[in-house]
Ligand binder design. Structure first.
Ligand code: AMP
Length: 280
């Protein structure tokens, strides 16, 4: 594996690649969820590039940019062991040199949910991902379904701006109890980790209730909120069953809906999602 920190070195590597190049963008603090993307990439592509960049423009002024974990040695070792070919770790000044002033402004699918809770977040995400795509020029980019709105926003950006890279969505990797793996899980205290699977349990219960005939969206959302408040230790941000394409709230169920949730456990903000499907 080679590790590069500049666009120039990255481009030298890129020019030598003859086959399919796959790309996994990350913010580091790598875990098994990230590695599932790397594995999918390695299965399908000749060369796998991973980026680690904690992108300042997608964090709000009072968010966790400064304390976001940056275990660079452990991350490099994980990549090496997973068979990554190139690890790109640019500094902030490499990605945003003095004088840069252009940002990518996403549209309607970025407005609600995390977009509303974190103003400017998806503008930062779109901008950095488009820059990385232009720099790495991969044939395929692998993204996690864990960040469902991000995946939807980036697919929209790719379609609207004629991005040539194919976007591949990969399923969410979970702990045994159902907690979705996330770099932010390491913020949870031992006490907070107990019961942190409630988001997953609540969504799974909604799926079971839907299958057993409760088809009213508002009832399922209310049941979810009730479960979280019984559990204790949660501050719910949103819990909504939405149209998978528009991400607008569903009032009536069709064949399926996407359950999107975000909640704080102590100081840690966790998000998750699940597709809720009609009984067969
Ligand atoms: P991040 O480092 O949090 O920006 O995530 C980098 C990529 O990994 C994104 O495409 C995420 O959706 C994906 N990802 C994060 N957690 C998981 C998970 N538990 N399962 C699958 N993909 C994930």
């Amino acid at each position: 594996m080679i590790i590069v920190e500049s666009k120039a070195e990255l481009q030298r590597w890129r020019h030598k690649q003859a086959g399919l190049v796959g790309f996994v963008p990350t913010m580091g603090a790598l875990h098994v969820g990230h590695m599932s993307l790397v594995n999918a990439c390695r299965m399908e592509c000749h060369a796998t590039a991973v980026s680690i960049f904690v992108n300042p423009t997608q964090f709000g002024p009072h968010e966790d940019f400064n304390r976001y974990p940056r275990p660079i040695e452990a991350d490099a070792e994980l990549c090496e062991r997973a068979g990554v070919d190139l690890l790109y770790r640019p500094a902030v000044a490499e990605m945003y040199p003095p004088g840069s002033q252009t940002m990518v402004e996403p549209g309607a699918v970025a407005q609600r949910w995390c977009g509303a809770a974190r103003p400017g977040h998806f503008r930062g995400v779109c901008t950095i991902v488009l820059k990385l795509l232009n720099q790495v020029a991969p044939h395929r980019m692998y993204l996690g379904e864990k960040d469902a709105q991000q995946l939807r926003v980036l697919r929209q950006m790719a379609a609207d701006l004629d991005v040539a890279t194919e976007i591949v969505g990969c399923p969410t990797t979970r702990e045994e109890d159902g907690l979705a793996l996330s770099s932010r899980n390491r913020y949870l205290s031992v006490a907070e980790r107990v019961g942190a699977d409630a988001l997953f349990r609540g969504m799974r219960r909604a799926q079971q209730q839907y299958q057993s005939g409760i088809i009213d969206v508002a009832t399922l959302e209310k049941e979810f909120r009730t479960l979280l408040s019984y559990e204790g230790g949660w501050a719910l941000e949103y819990a909504a069953i939405v149209d998978e394409n528009t991400l607008e709230p569903l009032t009536v169920f069709g064949a399926s809906g996407l359950f999107l949730v975000a909640a704080r456990r102590g100081a840690t903000r966790l998000i998750d999602n699940m597709v809720i499907t009609r009984p067969q």
